[in-house]
Design a protein. Sequence first.
Length: 634
Amino acid sequence: MAVRLFDYQREMRDAVLESFSSHNAVMCQMPTGTGKTHVLASVVSEYAKGKTVWIIAHRRELIAQIEATWSSFYKSRRNAPDVRVMSIQWLSRNWATASESPPAMIVIDEAHHALADTYRELFNRYPSAKKLGMTATPYRLSGKGFADLFDVLLQSKSIPEFVMMKRLSLFDYYAVPKDSKVRRRIALLKKRGADGDYQVKELDLSLNTPQNIEYLYNSLMRYAPGRKGIVYAINIDHAHAIAAYYGSRGLRCCAIDCTTPAKEREENIEAFRRGDIDVMVNVDIFSEGFDCPDVEFIQLARPTLSLAVYLQQVGRGLRKAKGKKYCVILDNVGLHHTFGSPISKWRWDRIFRGEADKPTAADSDKRELLKTFGYPGKLVDEPMEMIICHEEMFTAMRHSEVLKFYPSTNLAGVILKGREVAKKRVREVIASKPEAVALRLANQTACLVLASGREIAIPADCKDFEFVTENVLKIIGARKSYYIDLVTNLEFNHCPSVEKFGPLEFIDDGEKLWRRLIDSRVEYDKSQIEKSCWNGFYFKTYGICPIANKTFIPNVTVGNGHKCCYSYVVLFQSDAHEYYLVDELGDGSIILVDFNLGYYLVRPDLTHKYLFTSSSYSSSKQKLEEWMKKLKRS
C-alpha cells in the first residue's frame, strides 16, 4: 500500500537525510500527533536500502504501532531494508542474539528516554551505525541535554502552526484556579521520586481521596459532558478508584495500567475506538504511542514536574479525526500554572543543549498558596477557569498578521503597523486594514482598534469598514451603515464633509456645522454663520447669550430676561471653549469674555492676557470701562 507524506513530513525526512551526510546521530523533534512514525519509516526506507535497521522502543504499544506502519506501507518496497523492531528491555537482555545481524542504522522512538544507561550502551556498541532519535519532547526532568548522544536537533513546526495547518486539533483548556484547594495540596508535597518527579506515594495520600475523585467527576460533567476521552491517574489504585466512581455514575469506564493483561488491554482499547467505552483511566500507558484520534477530552489528574510528561499526555487529545471539532483539556492539577499552555513555543534547541531552565512551580507561588485555602466552598464544587477557547485560538492563529495569541491569558495582542496596540479576547476578525482592525469579542460585542491604540465601539452586526478620508470612517453593518468622524467621534447617517474657515475645521453634515476638535459636541446652525471677520477666528452668530444677564457686553441688545438677541462668538483653533466678543481695539486686538465670566485681551498674535472676572452685570461694566481707558492710553 502506497503512502503519501504531507509536505512537512517530506521536509523533515529530507532534512534528516541531508544531515546524515555530515552527522552520525540526528535527533528529530515533531509534536505528538503529526506523524513521526511515517517520517521514521520513510527515512529508513530511503537511507538504508537493503541494509539492517534496528528500531528501538520502550513500550509494546510503540512497537506494535511501528511494526504495523512498516508492514503496511514500506516493507514491500523494492530493496527494502531488513527492519527489526524491538524493545530496549529485550535488547538489554539479548545483546549476543541481536548482534548476529549488526545494524547499519539505529532508530530510537521516543528518544527523550535515550539518556538511560541501556541506550548509551547501544550507541557505544555500534559507533559506526547512523542514529536517528524521534521525539515530540526532547526534554529530561534533570535538565540534562542530549548533545552528548546526538550531533544535531532538527525541529519541525510548532503546535500552533500545525493547528493552523489543520493537522492538529483545536482545543478548549480548563484549569483549576491559581489559588485552588488542589494546587494548595500539591504545593505541600515535599518528597521526590528517583526520577525527580513527585513521589507517587505522597501524591496518592494527598489526591486519591473520595472528595477529590468526586471533584474530577463533577469537572468532567460540567465542562466535557457526553465526550469520550482519557484520564491520567497517579497510580493503579487511583486509576481503579476513578474508574469505579465514574462507572457508578453511569459512564462506561475502564482502568488500564502496566499490570493489565495484553489481551484485555487491546480489547478495551478497541472498545474505546468503537465508542463502547466512554472513559479510559490509565497510568502512564497512553502518554506515548497511543493512537486514537477521536479522543474528545483529556483529564489531567496526576501532577508532574516533567514538561515531557505534560505535553505527551495533552498531545493525545490533539490528533485530528473526522467529526471532531475540538478537544477539551481538563487540567485538574494546575499543570498550566507550572508549564504554560500546550501551544507555547518551546525553545527545544536550548533544551536539547541542556541550557534551558527547568520549568517548575515557583517558590513564591508556593508561599502564596500556603497562605490561603483558596475556594471557600467544597472541593467537589470548585470551578475551573477557561484558559484557552478553541474559537479564539483559531481566530488568532488564522489572523496572525494582526493578532498574537497569548495562551496564558487567552488574550490576543492586536498588531498594527508593526507594534502591539491592544490585547483582547477575540472571537472573530471582522475586517482588517493597515490602519485599523474590526473585532468581534468573546462577550459578543464588537470594536474597532486603530493603529494609535484607540478603540471605538461598533455594532455587533458590523460586516466591514472603510476609510472615506484619513479621519472619516464608514462602518458597514448588516442592517445599516453610518460614518464616524475620528476627530470628534461624532456619528452621521450620511457621509459628512470638512469645511474650513481660516485655520478652523468644521464637520458639515448638510444641516449643521460641528467644531472639529477631539470629542467636541458643539454644533452651529449653518444659516447663522458668516465668514470670519477678525484674523479668521470668530463668527457672527444669532441666538441667545447665556451670560448676558451676568456680564456687560457693549452694543448687545438685552431684552426681557436679559437675553442677548445676537452676539459674536469667537473660536480659536485648538481651544474647545467659546468666547463672546466684547469689543475691538484700534490696534487689531479684541476683548473677550468666557462662560466663567472671565475677561481677556487677545492680541493679533493670539497671545492672551487675563483682565478680570465679572461678579455682576454692573461691576463688569465698570471694570471694563476702566480697562478700556488703560488700553487706549497704552
